[in-house]
Write a protein that binds this ligand. Sequence first.
Ligand SMILES: CC(C)(COP(=O)(O)OP(=O)(O)OC[C@H]1O[C@@H](n2cnc3c(N)ncnc32)[C@H](O)[C@@H]1OP(=O)(O)O)[C@@H](O)C(=O)NCCC(=O)NCCS
Length: 160
Amino acid sequence: MDFFVGFWNNLDYYGEYEPIMEQMTRAEAEKRLTDVSNKAYFIIQRKDGTNIGLTVYFGQSSESITIGYAIEPSEHGKGYGTEALQLMVDYLFLTKEVHRVQADTDPENKVSQHILEKVGFKNEGVSRKSSFVRGQWRDEYHYCILREEWKETRILTKTA
Ligand SMILES: CC(C)(COP(=O)(O)OP(=O)(O)OC[C@H]1O[C@@H](n2cnc3c(N)ncnc32)[C@H](O)[C@@H]1OP(=O)(O)O)[C@@H](O)C(=O)NCCC(=O)NCCS
């Protein structure tokens, strides 16, 4: 819980392109984690047990689900974002009946676009001025990977 509260209240973790969230008390963070309908948060942890980021999935419908991810700045550029994204895609296609996994990103967020494309997502288009970020309306790119493009697990193993 401490990690969630610390992460959600630290603006540095969202980078330049994500909307600024309201500061949150521990009770509000607990509510956010337990009040989950169609949504789940996961901590990204290094092999040595250090918590370094968060991923989330939300908005599952019969065909699609959307994901988000963030790594703490001191751990950027070490491959953790790509690995966490791949792991989430494996997990969702293995455990959910969806045929699309989606992610939205700012057109200037080149690192996010790079890791999405590396994992196999394709850019499906843009919603113009649809996201209010740090005082201005900004465009959003919509990325998606289809089940048939995923083909097989790369990190997780199917056990049942
Ligand atoms: C997006 C984010 C999760 C990436 O995490 P990360 O752990 O740094 O990512 P990785 O180390 O796995 O990969 C970074 C890749 O971006 C590449 N990269 C770095 N700067 C780049 C740039 N300006 N343009 C394109 N690619 C770039 C790196 O070379 C690396 O690719 P490679 O492994 O093929 O060489 C992280 O930057 C973050 O948390 N940002 C803030 C929150 C955010 O924007 N989340 C996404 C919301 S859609």
